[in-house]
Structure formats: structure tokens, C-alpha cells
Design a protein around this ligand. Sequence first.
Ligand code: S3P
Length: 171
Amino acid sequence: MKIILLGYMGSGKTTVGKALASELKLPFLDLDAFIEEKEKLSIGAIFKEKGEVYFRKKESNYLKDLISNEDFFVLALGGGTPCYANNMGVINNSNAKSFYLKGSIQTLVDRALLGKDRRPLIAEIDNEKLPEFIAKHLFERKNEYEKADVIISINHKTTEEVVKEISSNLS
Ligand code: S3P
């Protein structure tokens, strides 16, 4: 079984992915962590030293590698992965089941504030400008996110509740 979690920064892809993988006894893979390991650089350093275009090319190549070389996993994507290089086409043409962890602007702003510093796309944005930035960014991205097989709302839900909802949509 191949399960792919996607959604905006802070939607809980990694936290939910780890809990889901442990419940289903599947390996957990995190695309950002995989890129960092292969490139031997943090995501922040890749953006800074090599630029976003380089990051997007690597992100797409490593996504294809993981989807075609591994048979069992829960894979958490980066927030932008579905929106570049026909990655959503690759996902939908594979035998993976994809889940969009969908949050309201307010939920995403609250969560983004917590992990802002390690996210190069929002690290430099003033906190008071974050709601407008996220609203616009999400509007640009949501068409790709909504191509996922299943959409799960994350608002006011615990990790366990989201895991349960994904599990009940697996068969
Ligand atoms: C990005 C999200 C990040 C990471 C990179 C770009 C994006 O992943 O891939 O900073 O374009 O939304 P998370 O969603 O895990 O923060």
C-alpha cells in the first residue's frame, strides 16, 4: 500500500504521517527529509545556496524515485510538491492513494506561526502579513491539492482523529 499526504505548510503531513505509518505498520517517508539527506543540506540551505528552481527539480525527481522504487509507505510531501512539474499527474497515475489535509486559513496561520523559521517561503514574512500571504498562496495552490483522491478537513481535529479518518478511507 502506498499512501501520500499532501497539503499546505503546517497542515500536519509529517505528524499525521508518522502516526498513520505506525498504526498501519508501514515505513514512513518524508520528502523534505529525503531531499535533505540526499543533498546533504537543509531545505533552508538549498533554497539559499542553490535557489528554488533547483529545489523544485530535485523535489520532483526524488518524488518519482520514491513512488517507483518503493511499494509500501506513508509519504508526506512538501507543501509545494503537488504544484510543480506535473507532480500531481505523476501521483494520480501511480497506484498510491493520496489525501489532502485541508485546513482553513486561520488553522494554517496558527500552525505556520509555530514552524515559521524553518520554512524559507514564509520565514521572512511579518506575522501580521501572514494571513494575507497564506490566503493568496492557498488560493493559487488549491486546484492542485484538490486533485487528491480524498480530502480530509483538519480544522479542530487532533492527530489521532485525522489518522482515524484517513484509515477509514483506505479500502
Ligand atoms: C514548501 C513547503 C515545505 C518545503 C519547502 C517548500 C512549499 O514543506 O518543502 O520549504 O512550497 O510550501 P512543509 O509543507 O513540510 O513545510
